[in-house]
Ligand binder design. Structure first.
Ligand code: ADP
Ligand code: MG
Length: 377
């Protein structure tokens, strides 16, 4: 067990890393953050910010020297970096688990090999693979296997010709071609799993996206109890099969009443931000607990919640002028918690913050959250 005031290491300095630093500080730990960006949100509040690349051996040695255990806030940290650090210090989640979650081909293959529900797909490494792909996959979505996020690196393609054009547009990088599924709705499960295999699942949330970016998470999800329980069971099985230690996010589609896994994130998840304000233990505290070998906290929600993402678009008025949103108006809404990530520059599509409305009645919470959002403009 790693106890405070030990120093913990975080790879990545975005908002997820920043919340981890805050949770660790709350519990008396110190945190070093590695991120090349001099203004990274987590680096700016860390006890030490190592401003270096994720493969910089000198910086990695320094991090491993100072930290009792190391984790990550984003899936694109090179698996070799995690392997290298793991030679000298505990690293959770493991390089192997992250390697699966960071590559859509490895991820889909993992789901298939473990008998977990997933949509029809084909692995596309060449034009020949596309020419051979099952015609029943169309209309489809072509997704680059690596480094896609928030809908980037994806193209909706009606037929093989469009898929070929999109594949060339992606410079013939390895891709997966997924059948475009009719979505009833989307849900996600965030769970925490410790080294003994004990699991705490947060309540399943319903997620609504806008332009491929998470917009709103609603908890409890408006789905049948059976669907919700099933989502927990599948997410737990994924955690077990990955030998996962830490906080894990699993995104699902509900298509024609059936759950299929969309993708996994080897870290806390945007759809789990509601846990900060509506659960006994938040997803970042669980990440600290799992990393340090502490008992996991209770995941139970004490409130219904609706989380709304705040994107950089909000900083640009109708005429394109840059201005700070009207926080005063938002903060006047009862039972609303505002979280801003202190990013220096707003850009359209950039995640700048979120707010969560909590309460006892799910319908009232939803109405209040939607009203709060329209008040923001
Ligand atoms: P990202 O890494 O950007 O989150 P996702 O694979 O989760 O990528 O896709 C983003 C969103 O696009 C999903 O949440 C869903 O709304 C939509 N989407 C992705 N794949 C499919 C699919 N096969 N069928 C229907 N909708 C999809
Ligand atoms: Mg996604």
């Amino acid at each position: 067990m790693i106890l405070p005031p030990a120093t913990l290491g975080m790879l990545g300095g975005g908002q997820l890393g920043r919340f981890f630093v805050t949770a660790a500080h709350e519990m008396g730990y110190q945190v070093w953050v590695l991120d090349p960006d001099p203004e990274s949100p987590a680096g700016r509040i860390a006890d030490r910010h190592l401003q270096a690349g994720y493969s910089d051996r000198g910086a990695l040695d320094e991090l491993a020297g100072a930290c009792a255990a190391i984790t990550t806030e984003f899936e694109n940290v090179p698996a070799e970096t995690l392997e290298y650090l793991a030679r000298s210090k505990p690293v959770h989640p493991s390089a192997a688990a992250v390697a699966i979650c960071q590559n859509r081909i490895a991820e889909k293959t993992f789901l298939r090999d473990n008998g977990l529900p997933h949509g029809p797909f084909a692995v596309i490494r060449s034009v020949a693979d596309l020419e051979r792909a099952d015609g029943a996959l169309f209309p489809a979505i072509l997704k680059v296997a690596r480094f896609g996020y928030d809908g980037k690196g994806q193209a909706v393609v009606e037929n093989r010709d469009e898929a070929l054009a999109a594949f060339r547009g992606f410079k013939e990088e390895a891709c997966v071609l997924e059948q475009k599924l009719p979505l009833d709705y989307e849900v996600s499960v965030v769970l925490a799993r410790d080294a003994q295999g004990r699991v705490q699942c947060f309540p399943t949330g319903e997620n609504q996206h806008r332009n491929g970016i998470l917009d709103v998470s609603i908890v409890p999800a408006r789905a049948s109890t059976c669907t919700l329980d099933n989502a927990h069971a599948i997410a737990e099985r994924i955690g077990e099969r990955l030998g996962y230690i830490g906080t894990l996010g699993v995104e699902f589609f509900v298509t024609r009443g059936k759950l299929v896994v969309n993708e996994m994130a080897p870290r806390p998840h945007n759809s789990g931000h509601y846990t900060l304000d509506a659960c006994v233990t938040g997803q970042f505290e669980q990440q600290v607990r799992a990393l340090c070998g502490l008992p996991l906290g209770e995941a139970r929600a004490h409130s219904a919640a609706v989380m709304v993402n705040i994107l950089g678009d909000l900083w640009f008025g109708a005429d394109g002028t840059y201005r700070e949103p009207d926080w005063q108006r938002l903060l006047a809404v009862p039972n609303l918690k505002l979280h801003l990530y202190a990013k220096r520059q707003a850009r359209p599509g950039r995640k700048m913050g979120h707010f969560t409305v909590i309460g006892s009645d799910p319908a009232q919470v939803q109405a209040a959250a939607l009203a709060a959002r329209s008040a923001l403009g």
